[in-house]
Design a protein around this ligand. Structure first.
Ligand code: GLU
Length: 527
C-alpha cells in the first residue's frame, strides 16, 4: 500500500469536508443568541461528521473587551459545545484569532486594488462627519459612500495619480473601500430563506482595510472563511444584508462562496424586536450563559448558570428557538440533537424567547438528573449558606425536592425548611386549620413521636394514621397542622418522608414550639 503524504493523509482523516465556524467578536459577553448560533453550527458539523471551528474575530480594537474571549470559551465549555479547532486548541488552519492573522490580509487588499475592485480613501473621520451633516442639512439622511457619491470624496478614484501617491506616502488616514459595481442584481441562495437578492446600487462601498492597518470584519471574515475552507456559514439574520457584499467579494477574488444559512432573530418575550441585554434586566431573566461583570456599567449580570439552569436544559431550549424536529418531541440531549438536527427545518420567522419554557425544560432535566449529580450542585450552595449537612442528607433532600424545583435555587426557597424553620410561618393557614380543642391530640401525637424507636416515614405514617382513626378525628384537622408545625408552610413533598429526613429531634422540637404559637394565635383571634 503506498504511503500517503501528509496532505492527503490530513484529507482522508477528516470524516467529511463539512467545516463550519462560530466566529464571535470579543466585544462583550456571549449573548444567548450567540450560543444558539454556536449550537446550530456544532450540531450541523457533528451531524455531518464535519469540523466545528472557533474563530475569534477581534479586528475591531476599539470595541475589544479583554475578558470576552475567555468568557466565550468558558461558556461553550459549560454547554459541552467543543470546538475541534480554535485558539488554545490548535488546528491546521490557525492562528484562529484574527488579530494574529493581521499580516496576511494585506495581500488580499492589494489583489482587490490591482483588479480594480477596491480603492484607497483619504477622507478623515472629521471630513466624513461634515459630509454627513451637510447632507442632513439638505434632508438627505443616511447618505452612503457609494457609486453615487464616491467621486465627491477624497480617494484614489477621484484624485490624480500624483496626489494619490503623495497621500499614500504620507500614509495617514488611509483606508481601503470596496468598489461595488453598479446595476448588478446580486442573488444567492440562503439555506433558510431561499433565494435572496440585493440591488448593488443600494450597497455602500464598505471599508475593508482600516486606518490602523486592521482589516474590517467583512474582509477578514471572507478571507478566513476561504483559507479555513469553511463550507457552510451559519450565523444570525443580522448578517444577511452584509452577505451581498460577501458574495461580491467571493466573486472578485474568484473563490467559491460557502453555503449560507441565516438564523432567525430571537425576539423579546413581549412586544416586538430583538432580545437585548436590557430585556433580561427588565423581565428578570438571564440573557447570558454565565455571570458577566460589565466594567463600564459597573454592573454584574447573572447568567443562566448562576440562576440555576442546567446546561443541557438550556441547549435543549435553545435548539428549539428557531428549529423544530418536525415531530411533537421536545426533549433532546445534545447527542439526540445531533441525530435529529436537520437544518432544512430551521424556521424563517423570529423566535420569541419564553423564559417559562426554559424553566420547564430545566425542571425536566432536574427531575431526570441522578441525585448524586444534583448533590454536586446543591451541597456547595448549602455549605455557602452555612448549613452543616451531610452528603447523605443532601441525597435524600435532592430526591424529595427535585420535582418541585424549576431552577436550582428553588431547592432552597421551596425546601428551606429542611435546613431551618422558616421565620415566617403561614399564619393564615394556621388560624384556619388549628382548633384549640385539638391541642390535647397534638400533645399526644408529639409524645408518641418522641417515643418512637425508629423515626421512619412508614412508622410515622402508621402512628399518625392509627391515632386519627382511634380518636375518630378527620385527616383535615390533623395533617395540615403537622405539616405547618414541622415545616412552617403547607407546600412540600410527602409529609412523612419530610419528617423522616428532618429527624425526630427537629420534628419534635419544632412541633412543640409551633403548637404554642398556633394556640397563642388562635387565642388572640378568638379575643
Ligand atoms: N464576528 C461576527 C459576529 O460577531 C461573525 C459573523 C459571522 O458569523 O460571519 O457575529
Amino acid at each position: 500500500m503506498p504511503l500517503l503524504n501528509n496532505q492527503t493523509n490530513k484529507y482522508h482523516l477528516r470524516m467529511s469536508n463539512v467545516r463550519v465556524r462560530f466566529a464571535p467578536s470579543p466585544t462583550g459577553p456571549l449573548h444567548i443568541g450567540g450560543v444558539r448560533t454556536a449550537l446550530y453550527n456544532y450540531l450541523f458539523a457533528k451531524k455531518n461528521g464535519g469540523t466545528f471551528i472557533l474563530r475569534i474575530e477581534d479586528t475591531d480594537q476599539t470595541r475589544y473587551v479583554p475578558e470576552a474571549e475567555e468568557y466565550i470559551i468558558k461558556s461553550l465549555e459549560w454547554f459541552g459545545i467543543k470546538p475541534e479547532e480554535g485558539p488554545g486548541i490548535g488546528g491546521d488552519f490557525g492562528p484562529y484569532r484574527q488579530s494574529e492573522r493581521k499580516d496576511l490580509y494585506g495581500q488580499y487588499v492589494t489583489d482587490l486594488i490591482e483588479k480594480g475592485h477596491a480603492y484607497y480613501c483619504f477622507d478623515t473621520s472629521a471630513e466624513l462627519t461634515t459630509w454627513r451633516e451637510k447632507n442632513e442639512a439638505q434632508k438627505i439622511y443616511g447618505v452612503k459612500y457609494n457609486h453615487a457619491t464616491r467621486m465627491e470624496m477624497r480617494n484614489s478614484l477621484s484624485l490624480s495619480k500624483e496626489e494619490t501617491d503623495r497621500l499614500l506616502k504620507e500614509g495617514e488616514n488611509v483606508t481601503v473601500r470596496l468598489k461595488i459595481p453598479t446595476g448588478r442584481n446580486i442573488e444567492f441562495e440562503d439555506a433558510v430563506r431561499g433565494a435572496v437578492s440585493f440591488n448593488s446600487d443600494e450597497l455602500d462601498d464598505k471599508i475593508i482595510l482600516k486606518g490602523d492597518g486592521m482589516p474590517t470584519y467583512h474582509l477578514a471574515n471572507i478571507v478566513d472563511d476561504h483559507l479555513m475552507e469553511i463550507t457552510h456559514v451559519i450565523r444570525g439574520e443580522e448578517w444577511l444584508p452584509s452577505t451581498a457584499h460577501h458574495v461580491l467579494m467571493y466573486e472578485m477574488f474568484g473563490w467559491t462562496a460557502p453555503s449560507f444559512s441565516h438564523l432567525p432573530l430571537i425576539l423579546k418575550p413581549v412586544g416586538s424586536g430583538k432580545l437585548s441585554k436590557r430585556d433580561g434586566a427588565k423581565f428578570g431573566f438571564p440573557v447570558f450563559p454565565l455571570e458577566w461583570h460589565d466594567k463600564e456599567e459597573d454592573k454584574t449580570y447573572q447568567g443562566f448558570k448562576e440562576d440555576g439552569f442546567l446546561p443541557e436544559a438550556v441547549t435543549n431550549f435553545l435548539s428549539l428557538l428557531g428549529w423544530n424536529p418536525g415531530t411533537d418531541e421536545e426533549m433532546f440531549s445534545l447527542e439526540e440533537l445531533i441525530k435529529a438536527f436537520d437544518p432544512s427545518r430551521i424556521v424563517k420567522s423570529g423566535a420569541k424567547f419564553d423564559i417559562d419554557k426554559a424553566r420547564w425544560f430545566n425542571q425536566q432535566y432536574i427531575i431526570a438528573k441522578p441525585n448524586t449529580e444534583l448533590v454536586d450542585l446543591l451541597l456547595p450552595i448549602a455549605t455557602e449558606k452555612g448549613f452543616d449537612v451531610s452528603e447523605d442528607f443532601m441525597l435524600k433532600f435532592a430526591d424529595l425536592m427535585k420535582e418541585r424545583a424549576e431552577v436550582i435555587p428553588d431547592f432552597f426557597t421551596a425546601g428551606g425548611f429542611f435546613f431551618e424553620m422558616p421565620t415566617e410561618i403561614d399564619q393564615k393557614m394556621a388560624k384556619k386549620k388549628y382548633k384549640l380543642e385539638n391541642r390535647p391530640h397534638f400533645d399526644a401525637l408529639i409524645e408518641s413521636m418522641e417515643g418512637m424507636q425508629q423515626f421512619t416515614s412508614s412508622s410515622l405514617e402508621s402512628v399518625v394514621k392509627s391515632y386519627i382513626a382511634d380518636n375518630e378525628l378527620s385527616f383535615g384537622a390533623i395533617m395540615p397542622i403537622l405539616r405547618l408545625g414541622a415545616c412552617g408552610t403547607m407546600k412540600g413533598p410527602d409529609l412523612f418522608e419530610t419528617m423522616e429526613l428532618l429527624g425526630k429531634d427537629t420534628v419534635v422540637s419544632r412541633m412543640k414550639e409551633s403548637i404554642e404559637i398556633f394556640s397563642a394565635l388562635k387565642k388572640a383571634q378568638n379575643g
